[in-house]
Ligand binder design. Structure first.
Ligand code: B12
Length: 373
């Protein structure tokens, strides 16, 4: 059985994230997979993420006021999408009054936790309310994303024949699946977000999927936080699913292959798969899992000798040195270029600075990805 998933966030115009950070850790300790969206988040992006991540409930921490309207908005948007069965709960010290609470409960909120509620009591109750199985029914009038998201979780569990039977998602008629890997901290998520931006601009009717991995232990909870750092991927034409590795070594999850097959069958034009940060020995993508593999590294890998030890430099189709603004980037590019030239496999090196707007290296990389047959 898949772990139960919850999404947590702090509303727009609110930066009080200390409470939710504590709550997140407790939820993880109690075995939940927590997709954390971060602070200053609008109702629409929270609802979109909750649907795509197939969560059982949304937990909101709010301190700066406006909570009555904000929670009502969440409830309205969930119902409009046909996902009114996703519950809403939350807290915010003493800034939510008992009168507010009554109003909020009457407008669709499931539970408010007040200041002074012990964490153990809160967790026991959250387990009781939202534990058990995931949401499987697709309510009448549900959006395509709601139906697809629940079917995708079903596919993870081996249900439904492994292929999507509903309307197709993309517009170009073919899916390109790109596996992206590299050590932690080299900017993979930022690079993916920038590739997504280019896709949204160049394919006005297309849809892109992102499958993102964070480390987790089998049978335990996980904090899945890649969405919190993404900007352009908060868009209706992006379908993003975060996965915990659930005890599997190497950078991917036990259900990654099923998810990828399912996303491909749904016709997304571009599917970007991000592994967790990997070590020198890992080569996470098997032969048929993806169409092209991309290895992203930073200029700071140590000595030239270290380069010899990185297995992905032998097998990646595309090699990217990101953070090209850092000192040492030129030398790094030259050394990596030499390293892959020695492989004699026609691998190409791209030098990028993903955090820079309209970076030429990212533009070039995007063109190459979209030309993948
Ligand atoms: C810490 C704090 C800060 C820190 C925030 C640090 C951070 N990164 O979070 C700092 C100093 C940065 C800060 C800044 C500001 N703050 Co302030 N801050 C607080 C303070 C003192 C505590 C909040 C807190 O974290 N409590 C700890 C949590 C764990 O406990 P709790 O609140 O009791 O929560 C319980 C339950 O509600 C539940 N819970 C809470 N959230 C959730 C979520 C879920 C999913 C669940 C299940 C449960 C749950 O868990 C707890 C269990 O017992 C409150 C005052 C107060 N005593 O509440 C003011 C307060 C929230 N801040 C306030 C204000 C005004 C500000 C500023 C605007 C000040 C300014 N002029 O700059 C800024 C805004 C910052 C921003 N960007 O939004 C006001 C808000 C007033 C209002 N709403 O009308 C308060 C109420 C202070 C006051 N009395 O004036 N603040």
């Amino acid at each position: 059985m898949l772990p139960i998933r919850l999404l947590t966030a702090v509303p727009i115009c609110d930066g009080h994230d200390s409470a939710i950070n504590t709550i997140n850790l407790e939820l993880i300790r109690h075995g939940f997979e927590v997709i954390y969206l971060g602070y200053h988040r609008g109702a629409a992006e929270i609802v979109r993420a909750a649907i795509q991540e197939d969560v059982k409930a949304i937990g909101i921490s709010t301190y700066n006021g406006g909570h009555v309207e904000f929670f009502a908005d969440l409830s309205r948007l969930l119902h409009e999408a046909g996902a009114g069965d996703i519950k809403i709960f939350g807290g915010g010290g003493a800034t939510i009054t008992h009168a507010d609470e009554s109003l909020m409960l009457s407008q669709g909120t499931d539970r408010i936790y007040f200041a002074g509620t012990p964490l153990t009591q809160m967790m026991e109750e959250i387990e009781q309310r939202y534990g058990g199985g995931r949401l499987t029914a697709v309510p009448q009038g549900a959006s395509q994303d709601v139906a697809f998201s629940r079917a995708l979780s079903g596919a993870e569990e081996g249900e439904g024949g492994g292929a999507w039977n509903g309307p197709r998602f993309g517009s170009t008629g073919r899916s390109r699946v790109i596996g992206i890997t590299g050590p932690g901290g080299v900017g993979k998520t930022t690079l993916i977000d920038e590739l997504v931006l280019r896709f949204l601009k160049s394919e006005p009717n297309g849809r892109v999927a992102v499958l993102s991995h964070d480390p987790s232990i089998l049978g335990k909870g996980a904090l899945l936080g890649d969405r919190a750092t993404m900007i352009y991927s908060q868009n209706d034409r992006v379908f993003m699913r975060s996965l915990g590795t659930r005890g599997q070594a190497g950078g991917l999850a036990p259900t990654t292959e099923r998810c990828l097959r399912y996303l491909r069958s749904a016709g997304f034009d571009l599917i970007l798969v991000e592994t967790v940060g990997i070590g020198q020995e890992a080569a996470p993508f098997g032969r048929d899992l993806v169409d092209k593999t991309m290895f992203v590294m930073g200029p700071d890998y140590g000595s030239r000798l270290q380069l010899q030890k990185i297995v992905m430099l032998d097998v990646a189709d595309l090699v990217v040195v990101n953070k090209s603004d850092q000192s040492g980037a030129r030398t790094a590019s030259a050394e990596v270029e030499q390293r892959i030239a020695a492989n004699k496999q026609g691998q190409r090196l791209y030098t990028t600075c993903a955090k820079r707007h309209r970076d030429k290296g990212v533009n070039e990389l995007y063109q190459v990805l979209m030309a993948v047959e």
